[in-house]
Design a protein around this ligand. Structure first.
Ligand code: CA
Length: 390
């Protein structure tokens, strides 16, 4: 699921100010002036920024003669620096970036569009890039202009409703009368049990006065989870999960997990959300694949899980095709996104397995494979076949 972003020049800053989605469209027809090269081009540059990094998708439409090879250049006014790219070979010298076609996407007809993307580092973010050119011919001025084409059909990024009344799981834990989880939830230690514990907490809650509390301990044999009794095996084709989670200790360098879903496509082994190298990650138990890849770039494209505050974690697992998306407080996390196109440092390893996941149950808790004690609370958990918001 791509991030729907309007093509109009727009900045949508979050409350935290840490991430913005920005798109601009340049549409300028440059007179041919007898040039044999491109005589005009349109560039849609759609960027998602966060503190320290960004990804950008570019769509370049050729308004000039047909091309057999293309080269797109632009200039960063800020400190953006490209570290990798897809569907183009991209280099940066100083502030100037050059993207050249791959062996298979060089042909660009008149009116044709080619798409490629970059990811990079950015200390303070920066203004939108300028000076776009196709094969050395400027795409026009540096001012942003509204597109003259009709508005895109992509929907706005309005988060879904937080109501979960029709979902298979929709639980605020207010009906948990005892001190240990009961009813629709039960304690489980899938592999081996140690000193980790689960409880119903009446002091800390996101809603009402009750939540689930897990005291997770380091070491492999301290699995401690609370499992929903709901059968999720027919939820789909996209399985949506929303939960509020709070914890006390920053995610460690070692691998940990706090959401574990038995996955029938892995013979019952689990699809897991946890952390590694201090940031959130997905992990597939059967082959230990991670999303994102645990390279510095990949980890930088994920996020830490803030401590001491309730966080809204949402994810969407496509059970019929490659597709996995994750939102933390309504911000999509670029490193926790898998689709059908392998992207270096993100999902190229993850897509080594082509069978889509088929989660059958939901377990919330803690497992650690090294260091890492943590205390976690879960509240307002929903699972269904349509999105549930924060
Ligand atoms: Ca509650």
């Amino acid at each position: 699921m791509p991030i729907p972003v309007p093509r109009l020049a727009r900045r949508a800053w979050t409350a935290a100010g840490a991430v913005c989605a920005l798109a601009l469209s340049l549409l300028v027809a440059v007179p041919a002036s007898g040039s044999a090269a491109a005589s005009g081009c349109q560039v849609d540059y759609t960027v998602n920024e966060w503190t320290g990094g960004y990804t950008a998708e570019l769509r370049v439409t050729n308004a000039g003669p047909a091309l057999s090879d293309w080269r797109v250049t632009w200039t960063y006014e800020g400190d953006q620096h490209v570290t990798s790219a897809w569907n183009a070979a991209v280099t940066q010298t100083g502030h100037t970036v050059t993207a050249v076609n791959t062996a298979w996407n060089g042909a660009l007809a008149t009116g044709g569009t080619v798409g490629f993307g970059v990811q990079g580092t950015s200390g303070a973010g920066g203004p939108v890039p300028t000076g776009f050119a196709l094969n050395g011919v400027s795409c026009g001025g540096d001012t942003t202009t509204p597109p003259t084409t009709p508005p895109p059909t992509t929907p706005p990024t309005t988060p879904p409703s937080a109501e979960c009344g029709g979902a298979v799981v929709c639980d605020d834990f207010e009906n948990q009368a005892g001190s240990v989880p009961a009813g629709d939830w039960k304690f489980t230690a899938p592999d081996c049990q140690g000193t980790g514990t689960a409880a119903v907490d009446t002091d800390i809650a996101h809603s009402g006065t009750r939540s689930l509390r897990l005291d997770g301990k380091a070491g492999y044999c301290n699995h401690a989870f609370v499992a929903s009794t709901a059968d999720l095996s027919s939820v789909g084709p996209v399985l949506y999960v929303r939960m509020w989670v709070r914890h006390t200790t920053a995610l460690p360098a070692a691998h940990v997990a706090f959401v574990s879903m038995p996955d029938s496509s892995q013979g019952g082994k689990a699809l897991r959300i946890g952390g590694q190298n201090g940031a959130l990650q997905w992990n597939r138990e059967s082959d230990d694949a991670t999303l994102p890849a645990q390279s510095p770039t990949g980890v930088g494209l994920s996020r830490p899980l803030p401590t001491g505050t309730w966080q809204c974690l949402r994810f969407a697992v496509d059970t019929s095709a490659p597709g996995l998306d994750t939102w933390l407080d309504d911000e999509q996390v670029p490193g926790l996104h898998a689709d059908g196109v392998p992207t270096r440092d993100i999902d190229d390893q993850w897509l080594s397995r082509t069978t889509p996941p088929r989660p059958t149950a939901l377990r919330l808790g803690w497992e650690s494979y090294g260091t890492g004690d943590d205390t976690l609370w879960f509240d307002d958990v929903a699972v269904g076949s349509s999105p549930v918001g924060c």
